[in-house]
Each structure stands twice: as structure tokens, then as C-alpha cells.
Design a protein around this ligand. Sequence first.
Ligand code: UN1
Length: 505
Amino acid sequence: MTDSIATVTRDVLDRLGVGSALYTGGTLDSFSPVTGERIATLPEQGAAEVTAAIDRAAVAFRAWRTVPAPRRGELVRLLGEELRTAKDDLGRLVSIEAGKSPSEGAGEVQEMIDICDFAVGLSRQLYGLTIATERPGHRMMETWHPLGVVGVISAFNFPVAVWSWNTALALVCGNPVVWKPSEKTPLTALACQAILDRALARFGDAPEALSQVIVGGRETGEALVEGPRVALVSATGSTRMGRQVGPKVAARFGRTILELGGNNAGIVCPSADLDMALRAIAFGAMGTAGQRCTTMRRLFVHDSVYDQLVPGLVKAYASVTVGNPLTTPALVGPLVDRAAYDAMQAALQAAKAAGGTVHGGTRVTEAGPEAAFYVRPALVEMPAQTGPVLEETFAPILYVMRYGDLDEAIAQHNAVGAGLSSSIFTTDLREAETFLSAAGSDCGIANVNIGTSGAEIGGAFGGEKETGGGRESGSDAWKGYMRRATNTINYSRELPLAQGVSFDI
Ligand code: UN1
């Protein structure tokens, strides 16, 4: 690659239709983790501009809510078409801004296309129930109505897919969106807005300000969270962030969908297909350089297979390719920044102090310049689940522990704050079903013989406990974006009261 990464970025942004005024001459520096270079300086929106954006969205809501849902679905169908056209460039921009491998950058855009397809179908299936009533000559039903302005806060690690999960559903559900992307990945957000603008132009008669991006740091996010006209805040990020957002929105009786930290684990049972388990664990723990909320961070291996599996895993960790996602086919790209690298090193130190044996985890300096942070993923054999094992460190560290008894392993599995994703590797039906049962994994996602990450959009995505309890994406997650009205209609000439109450005047 002869061009500087800033030049490559500009070319990609040009092709995606993002004007340079949006990313030059501002105050927010944007860096690529691929080389650590600055690639843009964006103008930021302060609290007053956020409030103005919310006001515009509230006006858009009044018009959009009355557009029939299947027609709203047409806009999302067009968005899906535009995303197909933009897939290569947007995937590349994800690689530039978030450091993902080309395959994972493209995969993230595919996830956007998938949710658009899902939402288009959904636009004709926003079903309510008809419910038997106890009163003669009456009919009872429920109707799902648009909710209002949806605020989306997203993280750097899935800079575009998380927006699309929320936006595709919000739009078919009749809601406008105001999006505050991570300040580490604002360029991909501008690209998404440009892509949606093309869909809006083709759609024709949508109201102004149906989708807006607000760029900035903490103050910008707070203005969105505190905006009284924001009916729903869908926030993805750390548990720390969720602890701030949740109570603020609750205090004004707003709604939240929180998708926060994960400390996801796998259990490898004696009957497991170990070759398959190894490959699944490798992707789950090292993919995206350990920077998915679904990344596998803990592994419980049965005593009887530990010495077969773990040496193979250590070998895979030593040989996995780490390198520049734009110029090499490496499977593991960079950490997002120095802070992520420092947090990883601190966790590894703490693990050593707690008796852990660390394999890997060192900086790979030949993969990039001084300002970029490439690391060899770390596998840490731990004598017990203590210290850093109990926390999510957003880096490729897999803590491996032995177990003897499945119930004990499940208890350990569940003994952390987060509750996002989980896996069991077994060919024993009893073990698999126990893990999926009410007495098994306490996570929002529980898998058998696949890793913890890489969920499809068709299922509801999210988790319990400190993961925040929200559900996005498939299944009936759309209900979070609408309000339900229960309607009872009396078509008789009498007025019978429910519960047999009489009130004769
Ligand atoms: C995230 O890391 O915030 O299941 C989302 C997965 C992806 C989504 C991850 N489909 O790993």
C-alpha cells in the first residue's frame, strides 16, 4: 500500500458519498487503529445541537407514525439495496476505523443487510393479539403503535451493525432515529447516514430528519440520554456506561434497551468433538481481536480432556496470524487503542499474580507502527476463577480452568456479573439439555457446539444481569420499539361490567 491511510480513507468516503466538510476542520480527532494515524477531524455537535436534532426528529415522528408500516418497510428495503451496493466500501471503512479483518468487516455489513431483510418482512407482521373477553358483545384486541424518537448509542467494535439493528426496526415500527456513534468510529456513522440518505431519496416522500447522526463525546451522549422527547434509548457499550444511562432514562420514565458487557464462557465436556471445539473457541476468543461483546473470555475444560485440548489451543494461539487488516490476510487485527492495550497488560499482570500461567499476550511490533497496538492473543491457565477472570477486559484474553463436575462448572459459569453469551461443547444430550435448561446457563444466548460469538440476526440479541436485559435484532425484539394499546370494543346494546360489578344508576 503506497497511499497513506488518510488518503485511502478519503477515497472510500468519497465513494460512499460522505462530503469532506463533515470530517475536516473540526475538533474530534479520529484515528485508525490499523496504523494509529489520524484520519479525520470532525466537527462535533454540542448539547444545543443535539436538542435541535431531537426536536426535528419529534416533528418527523408525527408524520412517519401515520405512514402504513408496509410502506415504511419499503424504505428499509431500499436501505438494504443501497447497503448491498456499498458493501465492499463500507466493510473496508469498518476495517480502517475499527481494525477488523476484511472478512469480518464485510460480515458486519452483511449483518446489516440481513436485518434490513428481516425488518422488511416484519413491516407486514407487527401483529397484535385478539383476546377473548368475558363480556358479551365485546371484542378485545391489542394494537402496536409507533413509540417516538429512538436514541441509539453504539460502541466502536460493531460500529455499523448495531445501528442497523436498531434503525431497521425503529423505521418499520414508525420511529425516527438519532444516533450517537462511538467517538472512536464516527466516520462509519457518516457513511451509514449517506447510504440511508440515498435510500430516502429513492423513497421520495419521507419526512425530513428521520435519521440523524450526532458526533461528539460525553456531553453529546448525555444530551441524547436526557432529552425528554427521546422515548427509547438503545445503548450498547460497557456496564459502566449502562449504569449511568439506565437510571437517567428511568428517572424520566423513558424506555431503554441496554446491551452491555459480556464475560462469556464455554464448557468443554468429556464427550466433546475436540477438533470442532478448538476451532469454535479459537474464533470465539481471538476473532475481532477479542473485541466483541460476545467474545469468549472464560473456558471450563473437563479434567479428562484438558491435556488433549489445551496444548492444541496454546499452539493455535502461538500460530494465529496477527497483522494489518488492510494489507495482509491476518486473522487478528489491532486493538482499538493504547488504553485497550494497557488494560490487557494490567489484566495479564493481575492474572499472573493470582497464579495464572500466561501464553502469548505480548505486543506484535512488526505488525504496525509504534502508534498501533497489535498483540498476540493470550491464553491464561488459571488455578481458579478469581481476580481479572471475574471482569470483562475488552481484549483477546481467554482464561482456562479445569472442572470435574458439570453442576459445579455451571455454577462457576454463572458466577460472574455479566450474562450475555455462553456455549457448551458436548455430544451428550443430557449435558447439552442441562446447560440449556432453567438450571443451566443464565445468559441471554446459550449455544451447543458453537462458540459464544457470531449470532445471527434472526434471534433476539442481548443478555441478563449486568448485560442490561435488553433485546435487539430478531424474534420479537421489535416490541421494544413500539407501544402497546389494549382495545376493548362494545358492539352490544348493554353495558356489562367486568368482574361482575354492578353500578346501576
Ligand atoms: C457486539 O459485539 O456488540 O454475535 C455485537 C455477535 C455479533 C454481534 C456482536 N453478531 O458476535
